[in-house]
Design a protein. Structure first.
Length: 361
């Protein structure tokens, strides 16, 4: 009998499979924090895109796989030129993917691919996946004549946490070890220095502080930051899956970091960072990360993700690196090819215009 694939498109339908979602998440060796029930439920509830979850099952049986997807149109208003499909979570998730039972992959991967092909889309973006089953989905479409393009893999360094901070710091290079110890001593000796975590009853204020300090540090719009992350962080905090650590000198927050956590898997994911440029000589951002790593070890966590990117500081701390793949599938056809070419030209011109507008006179 052929594997059945259901389309789950409403929150009541989604909430009805929470138990099965959690079961698959716990059993799946390719599961990542961004596929946890708490994170994905908060993500889907706070995104502007339409979404659906494809659930694969045998007749009369429970779901053996769940694949969350997002749908949007281009342009967002007016006449639709392109229909865009993507793995749910992107761009806020550092990792995307699916949940499934390893013993059933040979059945549910082709079934999901056939159902995806029946959906109405022109481009299917597979961003930031480290799951070989997503690669198998892409291979299905390439074999059927869909155009495929791929970008370079993205590094995501992580730390396999040992049992003690001294064991960890001792595993780093002599230069890294010396620098961290010296800078931690220096910043911790500042009058009124405090390191700590926001309690639940201060979540709203702590999230605002994090978004403010992050937007100032990276010269980003605070309004857009709040719109993109505010409610996601609030829902995740309320579910016990988001924490905010800070370094303060007196009443001044000199650095703040927001991290997603999975207490069951003993994983912490350093997600958003910001620091006060007036204290840059103390490297408060880097030292907050180090203090958070030390705290995670003390709590018995086993893995600390440093988020995507191959910066030298992350590499100096990491004990390993995961890589996520990037690919785009495009339906064959002259219309889709023409629209995609037009979009590339439009965004190129838009980027040039933005640069001209911000260029000093």
């Amino acid at each position: 009998m052929e594997t059945i694939v259901d389309r789950i498109t409403t929150f009541p339908q989604l909430d009805a499979i929470e138990t099965r979602w959690r079961t698959l998440y716990a059993a799946d060796p390719y599961a990542n924090l961004f596929l946890s029930w708490e994170w994905m439920r908060a993500c889907l509830a706070t995104q502007r895109k339409r979404w659906l979850v494809l659930g694969a099952r045998e007749p009369g049986g429970e779901y053996t796989a769940l694949l969350p997807l997002s749908l949007e149109r281009f342009p967002s208003i007016g006449f639709t030129l392109n229909r865009e499909l993507s793995l749910a979570g992107n761009p806020r998730a550092d990792f995307t993917g699916m949940l499934g039972l390893s013993s059933e992959e040979v059945r549910f991967v082709p079934a999901l691919a056939r159902e995806i092909e029946r959906l109405r889309w022109d481009n299917f973006t597979l961003a930031d996946y480290a799951d070989p089953r997503i690669g198998e989905l892409a291979a299905y479409f390439r074999k059927k004549g869909y155009r495929a393009s791929a970008d370079e893999p993205t590094p995501s360094p992580y730390i396999a946490l040992p049992e003690s901070w001294e064991t960890y710091i001792g595993s780093r290079s002599h230069a890294t070890r010396r620098t961290i110890r010296a800078k931690l001593r220096k910043i911790e000796s500042l009058p009124g220095y405090r390191f700590g975590f926001a309690p639940p009853d201060e979540a709203e204020g702590a999230i605002d502080v994090l978004l403010r300090i992050n937007s100032r540090r990276w010269n980003m719009s605070l309004r857009k930051r709040r719109k993109k992350f505010g409610e996601l962080f609030a829902r995740s905090f309320a579910a016990g899956r988001f924490i905010i650590s800070t370094m303060r000198v007196g009443d001044t927050v000199i650095a703040a970091q927001g991290s997603f956590v999975d207490p069951e898997a003993k994983t912490i994911f350093g997600y958003m960072m910001g620091y006060d440029a007036d204290y840059a000589k103390y490297s408060p951002g880097a030292m907050l990360v180090c203090s958070s790593i030390r705290h995670a070890i003390e709590l018995g966590y086993r893995r600390y993700d440093l988020s995507r990117g191959g910066e030298a500081f992350k590499s100096s701390l990491a004990t390993g690196v995961d890589y996520t793949a990037q690919a785009t599938l495009t339906r064959p056809g002259i219309r889709v090819a023409a629209v995609n070419a037009g979009r590339r030209s439009f965004f190129a011109v838009k980027g040039i215009a933005r640069q001209l507008l911000v260029r000093p006179a």
